[in-house]
Design a binder for this molecule. Sequence first.
Ligand SMILES: Cc1ncc(COP(=O)(O)O)c(C=O)c1O
Length: 395
Amino acid sequence: MTSVYLDYAATTPMRPEAIAAMTEELAQLGNPSSLHAAGRRARRVVEESREQLAEVFGARPSEVIFTSGGTEADNLAIKGLYWSRNLATTARPGTHSRLLTTAIEHHAVLDSVKWLAEAQGASAVWLDVDDIAVLRQETLRAAIEAAPDDVALVSVMWANNEVGTIQPIAELAAVAHEFGIPFHTDAVQAAAQIPVDFAASGVNAMTITGHKLGGPVGAGALILARGTEPVPVLHGGGQERDIRSGTLDAAAIRAFAVAAAACASEREAQAARLAALRDDLVHQVLAAVPDAILNGAPPGPGRLPGNAHISFPGCEGDALLMLLDAKGIACSTGSACTAGVAEPSHVLLAMGAGDSRARGSLRFSLGHTSTQEDVDAVGAVIGEAADRARRAAAR
Ligand SMILES: Cc1ncc(COP(=O)(O)O)c(C=O)c1O
């Protein structure tokens, strides 16, 4: 009975034009790799979608490699580029073994890096962020300079999915390039809300996904600059220049491209509208719960316009979430729930917040269907919900 949806960072409602494109395409027959007319028609849909996405994200069509989403694109970038850098240096074993990333990445990056460290002999370097989750250029430079010849890859997300902090991606990529090191960015959250220009950013590899910008779940892409060639994670039919085998999902790809184009065409106006709604939401929450704390960068150019991530001292985030859910309001805690035990948010911990602040947080994330009524609904109930959650935690 959710009537107030404030969890856009988890997934977004599909845009009507994306639903229309996808349903039309689902009724069509043809494998884009087949040579007959039906296959060629499906191929045309895929290639037109590739061009549309390239245009939206400042890339060349040939640089867009379709995947099943952000998780797969991140795995392909991290593992594939690590392997390609390592294989290229087998003459000097042990070189290019360092993977530089931050502790605030999405688990698709974090756990890929951890796996390479545990199972493949990589050495993971976790770059410190500051108290608003920004990675400073000096931090990256110092970590590279410690052993510049050994770095396989730098991976830093464009915008954080929990607290909405935006990184200075072009500047960070420039530091890596001074040392000839490839740079990957997970732009899954950024792509939905701020201008993301692959070529202008200078990154070598960039992850995007459809369902965070009004497209379907199950379609994403890794954008790869010329000369950046990951070792494939999937082997099979050799689709997508042999980098990502698997029959292409023409219907989902078309809907992804349609959604991305719609999102881009209204991005500037939406950003201003969402920032105003988000600021009002924060204002109403702080008025009702005066000791609540807004985490992350201050509202402005350093923060995603649709993100409000707030700590409620003395509350368990999960309890608060369920109390709001009972009122028909959907939001999120940053924390992952492992075997029924709420874990504190790894992002907040990396920002230097204590355990209890990291546990007692909620993320409200807004998007294209969000309204003033949604914000007012939170404002109307958050004070009482926080009181109840606080009493429950004190028991
Ligand atoms: C920053 C970030 N990266 C990657 C992903 C994973 O994308 P997908 O759900 O398409 O696999 C998400 C989704 O939660 C995300 O927020």
